[in-house]
Design a protein around this ligand. Sequence first.
Ligand SMILES: Nc1ncnc2c1ncn2[C@@H]1O[C@H](COP(=O)(O)OP(=O)(O)O)[C@@H](O)[C@H]1O
Ligand SMILES: [Mg+2]
Length: 211
Amino acid sequence: MLTLTNIGKTIAGRQILKDVSLTVNDGETLCIVGPSGAGKTTLLRIITGLADFDQGQIQLNQQDFQPSRDNLQQGVIGVVFQDFRLFPHLTTLENVMLAPKLTGLLSADDAQKQATALLTQLGLAQQAEQYPFQLSGGQKQRVSIARALALKPQILCYDEPTSALDPNLRDSVSHLLLQLKQTGMTQIVVTHDLTFAEQIADQTYHLAPLQ
Ligand SMILES: Nc1ncnc2c1ncn2[C@@H]1O[C@H](COP(=O)(O)OP(=O)(O)O)[C@@H](O)[C@H]1O
Ligand SMILES: [Mg+2]
């Protein structure tokens, strides 16, 4: 269970987030919705430890949790970036194997076995030896999800998972996220797409721009 209490963030003298309080229970999908500029990406960066917050408190399983310190060490909260950020010089398989191998979480052999299993689970077995430039947007996204899952996160976050894709792929993304929910994954999904949010959310948090 992840709890944010009165989170605030000021960037360059301007308050971007104020009193953001929310709880995501285990196995639940929380959608954070709001217009462009509302601070959705900033909030996701705070939750995943890529940015600090200036006010409030974050708890994971009722323990104080500072993502920028604790998550970067423990990798409990994974992230799928809006633009996927795959390593262009690595194959699909290598992209998914890299982090568990580098962090020492798995041996090279086990990292490869796990990556192969994840690629099969996500329907990417045929793409294992391809490079990112050879993949479609939807395939790149699934590689990015496989790469995040390879670190065995408790919570997986997505920044606008439908925005870089063809609109007709929206249903396949919601299908995929619902499939992951069935495996017990806790998910936080940032989106400005309310129809998409309706398809997947157990809970929706509305973020409004402050000014
Ligand atoms: N590093 C930064 N420096 C200056 N302004 C920023 C920075 N990051 C975000 N902002 C500002 O914070 C606001 C919220 O941005 P963002 O979190 O990207 O919103 P959203 O993802 O909802 O579109 C925007 O006005 C943006 O310009
Ligand atoms: Mg954004």
